[in-house]
Design a binder for this molecule. Structure first.
Ligand code: NDP
Length: 481
């Protein structure tokens, strides 16, 4: 059995509690590792190490930090195969996806911020009439907390850590207790890359105890969190009285709006991906599909045909399109929504059943599921399911679909398929979402702002936005009269 350990002050260590949690391989339901069930004292030890390291790390030159981050990126690339199999085993995602997306992106997060920080700048404002010049310093915050979810484990963990370190902060981080393995492996990579001890500390354990201890720590200056909206609200409530900086990347219930004038084949192929990639466990998945009435029946037939061809299988197999759901608890939650569909006016058009896979009989497999709904005002269209489940609904015109697309508490992303330029511009302006894709999905440029509106969060990650988040602006005004 693999023994996952905390990483504090440059060394792997057990929790002071000597208490362990089990890590389950979702492809076969077996326990394959144990991880520390860390407590407040473990988090404090991590904080002390980070605080000690901060003085020198925050004074290192941008170039020195950049070199270390680039080296981490290089070592992640070197260990692509090990990390991809670890991610696939831990999360249940097809290994092909971990190889093509998760691990390359984790490397690129470090590479990107190793470069971005060398281009980061601050402002200066001159008032000739008053003979004053203002300039703004962007100073690192100190010790910051980074908390990430289980769906894209190393991808999202590094998406926070890389900019935090690049900006000169030291970090206390916690991956999801459900998928801790690649974060554990990253620690060794950071040591090999020459990251000074104490600059990055990783504490494993449960969200409600270990994660909560990070949020509650009075000296941790900022929390960068990705996870569910309910957890985000709880974190905001805990952190606000301490005036911590907060970046909250939360849930989504994203509309995928398809007009009859779109490039049909491209739309169809992309819509299968935007519905079911990573078993639908991506916050950006388009889980509410609205199709213009003229092409609704054709789309329904073609989409179901393509979805039925997706291969559900062991994550380790090359041909697998749909791997295992992350955990039994999550599978049961998603099945609960499908059961609700069966009891309401919704119609399950395909999927909806658990699947037994050879050599993975105890794994957590679910068919990709398409449900037709008659109204946007139903549980299936209002709550985030976060699994391989999408709903279909026809619409008559742009006014109607815009209204229902926005009629949800979330506002993370939206996709629109159309070749009408005026309509694209209109929807870009009026859709309530932080990120809009026109005729594409999940094409990412790391320089752009990433985040949501409404219950999908506050703040933006990516590019200079996140470097601003991880720094304190201090303005200096000089009078030179
Ligand atoms: P959770 O909110 O349950 O957990 C996210 C992380 O927070 C985990 O590490 C969890 O630990 C930890 N956590 C839980 N409770 C607390 C607490 N009280 N204090 C501090 N930390 C805590 O989300 P999931 O892991 O279930 O992830 C799925 C959610 O993430 C979905 O809603 C999805 O939409 C959202 N998400 C949003 C993205 C975005 O960019 N907007 C991207 C990806 C996912 P543990 O797991 O150990 O309990």
């Amino acid at each position: 059995m693999i023994s996952i350990k905390n990483f504090i002050n440059g060394s792997y260590c057990e929790s002071l509690t000597k208490d362990w949690l089990e890590v389950i391989n979702p492809s076969n339901g077996e326990i394959y590792a144990k991880l520390p069930n860390s407590n407040t004292q473990d988090v404090h030890e991590a904080y002390l190490a980070a605080e000690k390291a901060f003085h020198s790390w925050s004074k290192t030159s941008v170039d020195q930090r950049s070199v270390i981050l680039a080296k981490i990126a290089e070592l992640i690339e070197d260990q692509m195969e090990i990390l991809a199999s670890a991610e696939s085993m831990d999360n249940g995602k097809p290994i092909s996806l971990a190889r093509a997306v998760d691990i390359p992106r984790a490397a690129y997060n470090f590479k990107f911020f190793s470069q971005a920080v060398t281009q980061f700048y601050s402002e200066s404002h001159e008032q000739i009439s008053d003979k004053t010049i203002n300039y703004t310093l962007r100073q690192p915050l100190g010790v910051v907390g980074c908390i990430s979810p289980w769906n894209l484990p190393l991808y999202l963990f590094t998406w926070k850590i890389a900019p935090a370190l690049a900006a000169g902060n030291c970090v206390v981080a916690k991956p999801s207790e459900v998928t801790p393995y690649t974060a554990f492996l990253l620690a060794d990579i950071c040591n090999k890359a020459g990251l000074p001890k104490g600059v990055l500390n990783i504490v494993h354990g449960l969200g409600k105890s270990t994660g909560q201890a990070i949020v509650e720590h009075p000296e941790i200056k900022a929390i960068s969190f990705t996870g569910g909206s309910e957890t985000g609200a709880h974190i905001a409530k805990t952190a606000a009285p301490m005036f911590k900086k907060l970046s909250l990347e939360l849930g989504g219930k994203n509309p995928n709006i398809i007009f009859a004038d779109c490039d049909y084949d491209k739309m169809l192929t992309t819509t299968v991906k935007s519905s079911f990639a990573n078993q639908g466990q991506i916050c950006l998945c388009g889980s509410r599909i609205f199709v213009e009435a003229d092409i609704y029946e054709k789309f329904k037939k073609d989409f179901i045909k393509k979805v039925s061809q997706l291969k559900i299988g062991l994550p380790s197999e090359k041909e697998t399109d749909i791997g295992a759901m992350v955990s039994k608890a999550h599978l049961d939650k998603v099945l609960g929504y499908i059961a609700a569909a069966n009891k309401s006016e919704a119609t399950v058009l395909c999927g909806g059943q658990k699947v037994s896979i050879k050599n993975g009989e105890k794994g957590f497999y679910l068919e990709p599921t398409v449900i037709e709904v008659s109204s946007n005002n139903c549980l299936l269209n209002q709550e985030e399911i976060f699994g391989p489940v999408v709903t279909l609904m026809p619409f008559k015109n742009a006014t109607e679909v815009l209204e229902i697309a926005n009629d949800v508490k979330y506002g993370l992303s939206a996709t629109v398929w159309t070749n009408n330029l005026k309509r694209s511009m209109y929807f870009s302006e009026h859709l309530e979402a932080g990120m809009i894709w026109i005729n594409t999905w999940m094409q990412r440029d790391l320089r752009t702002p990433f985040g949501g509106q409404k219950a999908s969060g506050i703040g933006r990650e990516g590019g200079f936005e996140v470097l601003r988040f991880f720094t304190e602006a201090k303005n200096i005004c000089i009078n030179y009269e």
